[in-house]
Design a protein around this ligand. Sequence first.
Ligand SMILES: Cc1ncc(COP(=O)(O)O)c(C=O)c1O
Length: 369
Amino acid sequence: LSLLPKTEIQNISNGIHGGPDYTELKSLGLDSERILDFSVCCNPYNAPRTVRDSLRNLNLKAYPDSQASELRLKIARKYGITTENILAGNGTTELIRLIASTYFNKGEKVLIPVPTYGEYETSSRLAGANIIEYHWKRLETSRLDVCDLVEAIGKESPKAVFLGNPNNPSGDYLKRDEMEKIAACLKDTLLIIDEAYINFVKEGQTAMPLIENGKTIILRSMTKDYGLAGLRLGYTVASVEIITNLRRVCPPWNVNIAAQKSGAAALEAENFLVQSIKKIRQSKEYLVGELAKLGYEVLPSTANFFLVKVKSGKSFRTALLSEGILVRDCTSFGMPEYIRIAPGTKEECRKLIKTIKKLKNEGRLNDND
Ligand SMILES: Cc1ncc(COP(=O)(O)O)c(C=O)c1O
């Protein structure tokens, strides 16, 4: 007797993401505590003391608040919305899955501009949706061709469109008026805008006001903003009707007490975010400049990460990992000649450049010749 899982998951493999693969590190004899990680695009600075203090004396015996009320109240105050417009999640990724399982019927079309964050596709496939891949068309100025995207949406009439803003891994960003243009063309389509990295975009504008159209869902990642990858925390902002529907499917107690408390404390430490964003921009400028000096093509990005053209992302990653440094091989994005780098602290970035120079001199980077 062979017990097969449901058909939708038969072609789904474990998603590839940035971040340490602890089994791989162990097999290489590397200490995960000592790895310099440029492969995840989180705030690289240690969360402020208030956040770490909030993790003391937690009542571990009690289930957490399923409503995450304190956290949602703080988010609501920050953006001038109501708590009924917010649902907290165990990272943005849980919310992406939740949206797909709440809204996508088997066989319905979901339009996903690619390359992008792989969880949009995985979640849609799990729900049995048909993926329509839309290949980003870039204008000369490296801006996305919004008119072309609008045309594609009109032609396909999908149930939903996912848009990373800024997009991972390219760092392309759509301004509010461009988002409004896309939203204006929607009939019976959900527009899911993933703003996981929007705080890192200079003068980045949220599309939150669009939730009033009842078709727009905004995703945010506190994991990224405050460097809480070990805890994971995200939230979604949408109309009361959409949030009510998501809540019906959301598992109870989905956000643990440590994530709820630290998220609420993080929102009180806005200066941390402002200061770290400043430093991340300086690190990014430094890295982009140094990599260009070394002859690498760096693609323009508005975000806290950028793509670098190398000969093979896989072998570049392997070479750096042997020195205890992790970058994102972009093969899984369909871009095997690229790596993605998210700047760390200035000191970490200096170490990265020094290591690349060393590997180059030793002929261990079969890269851009
Ligand atoms: C665009 C995008 N959205 C969401 C996430 C997931 O963030 P979280 O840790 O909040 O689930 C990522 C992580 O790589 C991402 O790149």
